[in-house]
Design a protein around this ligand. Structure first.
Ligand code: PEP
Length: 248
């Protein structure tokens, strides 16, 4: 059975004081839940949040990394720099990175492979734009993104990857995919993993939904058969909301 995983994506929010306060507020709530809880912080607060969540169930995540080990890549962060900070998860290919920072299926694939090599668990984001949804190409888009991201990844490593299905039109907009529609796309992605690897791999891979998840809709989303958790943006910045989501 797949254990649900709920990850907060803080994006470019929280300086140290606010980050530590929020992490402290979440600790107790995280210890009450059976799901895996991850908070994906900005790089600059990782060290302080690590100290704050020590001894709790909360795992540390980052929001991006480079695919090279080191070198002349001004402004970038390597996998080793993350693991050194106690980071266990890393979001790869978030739509905001694809949209604003020119990330492609190719760079996403390189990052996925490097993260796995360095024992980081990638949270791979896939999802369609509103235009793509309206032209009924959602399945085609998520299939392409998933297949390309997994290219060259061995089956045993593929099992470790967490996929987040995030329709772009639902991110930060207050619009959510209906739980049934989200479940259908996620079941489709699971089938893509099955076709690429095997039924065994597809049954192990956790696939989250992301896009305006909040306390009010978390239970309905999480109760869907194929949905194994959530990637939460805006609502993860409020202790009360995120606590309610992880205890859905
Ligand atoms: C996200 O950033 O991955 C996200 C899903 O954001 P929000 O929950 O704010 O829509």
């Amino acid at each position: 059975m797949r254990l649900p995983i709920i990850a907060g994506n803080w994006k470019m929010n929280n300086t140290i004081e606010d980050a530590v306060k929020l992490a402290n507020e979440l600790k107790e709530e995280a210890n009450k839940t059976d799901v895996k809880v991850v908070i994906c912080c900005p790089f600059t607060v990782l060290a302080d949040v690590r100290k704050a969540v020590e001894g709790s169930k909360i795992k540390l995540g980052a929001q991006n990394m480079h695919w090279e080990d080191n070198g002349a890549y001004t402004g970038e962060i390597s996998a080793d720099m993350l693991t050194e900070q106690g980071v266990e998860y890393v979001i790869i290919g978030h739509s905001e990175r694809r949209q604003y920072f020119n990330e492609t299926d190719e760079t996403v694939n390189k990052k996925i492979k490097k993260a796995l090599e360095k024992d980081l668990i990638p949270i791979l984001c896939v999802g369609e734009t509103l235009e793509e949804k309206e032209s009924n190409t959602t399945n085609e888009i998520v299939k392409r993104q998933t297949v390309k991201a997994f290219e060259g990844v061995e089956a045993e490593d593929a099992k470790k990857i967490v996929i987040a299905y995030e329709p772009i039109w639902a991110i930060g907009t207050g619009k959510t995919a209906s739980p049934e529609d989200a479940n259908d796309v996620i079941a489709y992605i699971r089938n893509v993993v099955k076709e690429t690897y095997s039924e065994e791999v597809s049954e192990v891979v956790a696939i989250q939904y992301g896009g305006s998840v909040k306390a009010a809709n978390a239970t309905e989303i999480m109760n869907q058969e194929d949905i194994d958790g959530a990637l939460v943006g805006g609502a993860s910045l409020k202790a009360e909301e995120f606590s309610a989501i992880i205890n859905f």
